[in-house]
Design a protein around this ligand. Structure first.
Ligand code: UD1
Ligand code: CA
Length: 455
């Protein structure tokens, strides 16, 4: 729908004291970006001509370094309430703006579609102002929506100011609004701070608009999922659960991924998984990770493509108890097993590292087998070095490979060897002292000890 020139004001100058954190509330990480980063992203998707973020003077530098010139910043000198914060934002609005959407910096789960549908409803109904409301099981400390006997919107009462009967109301204010610019300019100066908090409530402009018979549109949705405001660490946890659970649903329903236990599985927003892959319990996958089809992942697996992406191709087995870190590539049908950690490592097609190994900064060719207890010593205390292992190589158990080094195709290393020199093709490399078997040693030893004890 074509619309008038639209701006979005995001309120984010609150102190966020309920989080009990050293980090400003809305700059707390929520999955792949900050809480407010998600809100800014949604605001941009609405085809806004301007996005204004209202912040407190003490946090302006942190905000500027994170979001720079993507948005306009407005400073609210003192946290006198959402009405006062909005006013600070309004002063930065360009002259040609005709409509304003207000979002709270602490509600990262709101969906773009909900906001677009909401704004379009306000426009179609020629409303001067609008708000998204929601009916929830537990209305917590949200503002309550008061309706008259004809069920028409009357006003918002804040939890702190609500009478006992009003607190029972389950329709709440989401904190997301739509205003015609002229309407809000006319009414914003009429609010006061005669309330339980001594703050200027933006919600009071609706009372003011209503008193002048201005058209107000409510957009009711159900449940707290999209409008959940993160005020405490408990809210943060609840929001993360909702977001993860929605994604897991989508993996199962739209992508044909099998997830055995959704309650113990976390899969981040930048992960892709192919069909018929099975994800087993207690698995954590975050960062830029792409997993192919028919893989078997878990249980107890941690895959973190945070610093650099991880790619797992088709038919691979990862787990149980495997840790994959940045920059790994696991090629078709390869296996990474129990207590194996890999970092910046490529494992070739059909290659296996099944038990108790560390492979860092390495390339392992197709069909090679990495024996239990193999360690690539990639770090000399100053720099990282590379290990190249060719195709069809057999690394014996407990081999220590000191990088930089190349072990060529079809070679073997003897179990327990420390390999410090390159190995040519078709070669066995062993580096361990020869074994001596001393016959009757044990009984002689024990005799001696017994004699000594008796003395
Ligand atoms: C607000 C609404 C409430 C609604 C809820 C939805 C008011 C008075 N109440 O309550 O009706 O149900 O949101 O989540 O608006 N902020 C500032 N400056 C301030 C105070 C707040 O910028 O002086 C910002 C905060 O950073 C936050 C947003 O405004 O992003 C909302 O403030 P918050 O204190 O979280 O309001 P709620 O108590 O949640
Ligand atoms: Ca809030």
């Amino acid at each position: 729908m074509k619309h008038n020139r639209l701006a979005c004001i995001i309120l984010a100058a609150g102190q966020g004291t309920r989080m009990r954190s050293n980090c400003p509330k809305v700059l707390t990480f929520f999955e792949n970006k900050t809480i407010i980063g998600h809100v800014i992203e949604k605001a941009k998707l609405l085809e806004t001509d301007q996005v204004v973020v209202v912040v407190s003077p003490s946090h302006i530098e942190e905000f500027e370094s994170k979001f720079g010139n993507h948005v306009t910043f407005a400073i609210q000198e003192n946290p006198f309430g959402t009405g006062d914060a909005f006013l600070a934002g309004l002063k930065k609005i360009n002259n040609d703006i005709q409509e304003i959407i207000v979002l709270c910096g602490d509600t990262p789960l709101i969906q773009e579609k909900t906001l677009t549908d909401f704004a379009n409803l306000c426009r179609i109904s020629n409303s001067e102002a609008g708000l998204i409301t929601s009916t929830v099981e537990n209305p917590k400390m949200y503002g309550r929506i008061i309706r008259n006997s004809k069920n028409e919107f009357e006003k918002i009462v804040e939890w702190k100011d609500a009478k006992t009967k009003e607190k029972e109301i389950k329709e709440i204010n989401s904190g997301m609004y739509f205003f015609q610019i002229q309407t809000i300019k006319n009414h914003i100066s009429k609010i006061n701070n005669n309330n339980a908090s001594g703050e200027f409530y933006l919600t009071d402009v609706f009372t003011s608009i209503q008193s002048k018979n201005g058209a107000i549109c409510t957009f009711p949705i159900s449940g707290e999922e999209e409008i959940l405001g993160i005020n405490t660490k408990k809210d943060l946890s609840q929001a993360l659960k909702i977001s993860n659970s929605n994604r897991l649903d989508s993996f199962m329903v739209n992508n044909g991924v099998t997830i055995i236990d959704t309650a113990s599985t976390f899969i981040g927003p930048d992960v892709t998984i192919g069909k018929d892959t099975v994800v087993k319990p207690n698995t954590w996958i975050e960062g830029e990770v792409s997993i192919g089809e028919n893989c078997d992942i878990g249980p107890f697996v941690c895959i973190r493509g945070i610093k650099d992406r991880i790619t797992i191709l088709n038919g691979c087995t990862v787990g149980p108890f495997t840790s994959l870190r940045e920059g790994c590539l696991v090629k078709d049908n390869a296996k990474v097993g129990t207590f194996v950690e890999m970092k910046k490592t490529q494992l070739g097609e059909n290659a296996k590292a099944n038990h108790l190994s560390y492979l860092g900064d390495s390339i392992v060719g197709a069909r090679s087998n990495i024996g239990a207890g193999t360690i690539t010593c990639n770090y000399d205390g100053y720099e990282k070095h590379k290990t190249y292992i060719g195709e069809d190589v057999f690394i014996g158990s407990d081999t220590i490979i000191v990088a930089p080094i190349t072990i060529n195709n079809r070679s073997y290393t003897g179990a327990g060897s420390v390999i410090t020199k390159d190995v040519q093709e078709d070669t066995l490399a062993v580096s361990r002292s020869a074994q001596r078997n001393i016959e009757n040693w044990v009984s002689r030893y024990k005799e001696k000890r017994e004699l000594r004890r008796k003395k």
